[in-house]
Write a protein that binds this ligand. Structure first.
Ligand code: TNX
Length: 575
């Protein structure tokens, strides 16, 4: 991580509450604020340094300039001011909702036009022409669609961005800079200090994602919403949902209703399966939107379609319904590429899914269609790509799509394990962009080690270092960084059956992949990453998030929150 001087000078601090004087300032919820101050005083000087360092954020920001002489302390008197813009306001409300449970503070949110003192915690949309007042300058660097600048002084916290998304990512950083106790669901008395200094931050790649396979095992809407929250913490902005496979069809399609009533009633191992109604899917979409996450729905074609064939045998090459499939083999099923009904089916399904999905992407799979070969396969893909274009969406598919003709905007998701892949490099030369999901680095369904309880090992064992130590920008031979849209960590769920299993496979590897997608390459540093990541263990424990206590990470031995001030909470969890 670089420590560059930041040329835009900080404006004069406005007078506001600090640890020294906050007990004297009328607080919105004086008892909590007073307690924090008293606790800090009682704990002595060694607790007065902020618990978290400014340079400990994951993913590592583009620039960090710590000011060890400054720190800001959140108190019961802290108020949040935000530019008068609905998107920015939603981010400020989100910040308040994140901080209220553990702090017990009221944290009122008001827009910058409101009368009264400004700040001390201000979220400013720099690009809002109508945004008046606050003495915050436009950042000297272009923050882009997702960047932000955070200034923490003893007097105030100022977050500036050009977009609500940038403010949202600044809020995620702010959250990580507070003590781990901020993750507690009920009030904790501690000193809520933030380390002083400036962070200037924006992502390396525009596409940063994870995939959840809800077809092999079905997961409830609530589980998906929680996964979205996990993505947002680490500034990941896409959730790819693998909605259909041999073992189950998970998304309601009104024009082909048996896809879910019949095709959705199975899963790996013989469980009941399940599916999302359109209302369920809309809930997922809106939760994702509130966390600046774009949904990427996948309808896997022409293979991985046994569940569809059980429901509609007319789509099968032999027109016979196969039995429901609950095993874990791949590559045996396919929709009939020689039958026009197949293309009507695809147009209906993709049309309905596109209509439900606000984001620009529609993923058509394309992997492991072992029985649809050569020109039959490429002709099929080219028709499917055009059907996607007709819905107004941009086509994404696994890199098996590569030999098919280029279609404007198309994106290939590379999941190979041999980075010398001339067919994919050729598709990129013809205009395709690439999402990097190398099976031997980014596949979250691979085991961490021989003895971890769930997962596969066909692409090798993936410990945290292996997940971290590669470069999406240069990974595939002949593919220039400029053609790389970003990175995605897929979680296939043949062996993953619960939310705890999902979290165990995500943490701590998801933050590693997130850092590859967000942080500048110059910040890449395994030794530094494992130190920064270590501080997240107590956060996950406090939030009740299951994770793998990988021996590669120097997890802190003692809780960062003083015991006597801690509310009861979960033990660190490992299945
Ligand atoms: C390969 S990766 C698959 C999936 C499996 C996965 C298991 C890809 C595009 N296809 O069908 O679930 O391996 O690791």
């Amino acid at each position: 991580m670089s420590s560059l001087p930041l040329s835009s000078p900080a404006p004069e601090p406005t007078p506001t509450a600090t640890v020294a004087d906050s007990a004297a300032v009328p607080a919105h919820q004086p008892e909590a604020g007073d307690l924090a101050v008293l606790a800090a005083r009682a704990a002595g000087d060694d607790l007065l340094a902020p618990a978290v360092r400014l340079d400990s954020v994951v993913p590592a920001p583009e620039r960090v300039e710590p000011d060890p002489t400054a720190s800001f302390v959140l108190t019961g008197g802290t108020a949040i001011r935000v530019s008068a813009h609905p998107g920015a306001r939603a981010v400020a409300d989100h910040l308040a909702e994140l901080l209220r449970p553990a702090t017990g503070f009221l944290l009122p949110v008001a827009d910058t036009r409101a009368v009264g003192p400004t700040g001390p915690l201000t979220l400013t949309l720099a690009a809002t022409p109508a945004s008046p007042a606050p003495a915050v300058e436009r950042p000297t660097t272009d923050l882009g669609a997702e960047g932000y600048r955070l200034d923490v002084t003893t007097a105030e916290v100022r977050l500036v961005a050009d977009t609500p998304t940038g403010l949202f990512y600044g809020v995620q950083t702010l959250r990580q800079l507070l003590p781990a106790a901020v993750e507690n669901p009920t009030p904790v008395t501690t000193r809520w200090s933030l380390p002083g200094g400036t962070i200037l931050d924006r992502p390396r790649f525009p596409y940063r994602g994870a995939m959840l396979d809800v077809a092999r095992h079905f997961f409830a809407v609530e589980d998906v919403l929680r996964v979205i929250d996990h993505l947002a913490r680490y500034k990941l902005n896409h959730l790819h949902l693998h909605l259909t496979d041999d073992q189950g069809w998970r998304i309601a399609v009104d024009s082909w209703p048996k896809l879910t009533t019949v095709g959705g009633a199975s899963e790996v191992g013989g469980g009941p399966g399940g599916h999302y109604t359109k209302a369920d899917y809309r809930r997922i979409v809106s939760h994702a939107a509130a966390r600046h996450v774009t949904l990427v729905p996948e309808i896997d074609l022409p293979g991985h379609t046994n569940a569809a064939l059980v429901a509609y045998p007319q789509l099968a090459p032999d027109k016979l319904a196969p039995p429901p499939y609950t095993g874990t083999e791949v590559g045996f099923s396919y929709v009939d590429p020689a039958d026009e009904q197949t293309y009507d089916f695809i147009a209906d399904v993709l049309g309905e899914v596109a209509a439900l999905t606000p984001g620009p992407w529609l993923h058509i799979g394309g992997d492991e269609a072992f029985k649809v070969k050569g020109a039959v396969y490429t002709d099929f893909v080219e028709r499917a790509q055009r059907i996607v274009a007709d819905t107004g969406k941009t086509v994404v598919g696994w890199h098996q799509l590569a030999p098919a003709a280029h279609l404007d905007g198309r994106v290939l998701q590379w999941w190979g394990t041999d980075a010398d892949d001339p067919t994919t490099a050729d598709a990129v030369r013809r205009g395709a962009r690439l999402i990097l999901s190398p099976g031997n680095h980014a596949y979250l369904d691979m085991k961490y080690a021989e003895d971890t309880p769930i997962g596969h090992d066909w692409a090798g064992l993936i410990d945290v270092r292996r997940a971290y130590d590669w470069d999406p920008g240069t990974h595939v031979a002949g593919v220039p960084t400029a053609a790389v849209l970003g990175v995605e960590a897929p979680l296939w769920t043949e062996s993953v059956t619960s939310l705890a299993d999902i979290e165990f496979m995500l943490f701590p590897r998801l933050p590693a992949i997130a850092e590859l997608g967000w942080s500048p390459r110059a910040a890449h540093d395994w030794a530094g990453f494992r130190e920064r990541l270590a501080g997240h263990g107590p956060r996950w424990s406090t939030a009740g998030i299951t994770f793998h206590r990988s021996p590669e990470i120097p997890w802190p031995a003692t809780p960062t929150v003083p015991r006597q001030h801690r509310a009861p909470q979960n033990d660190p969890t490992t299945p």
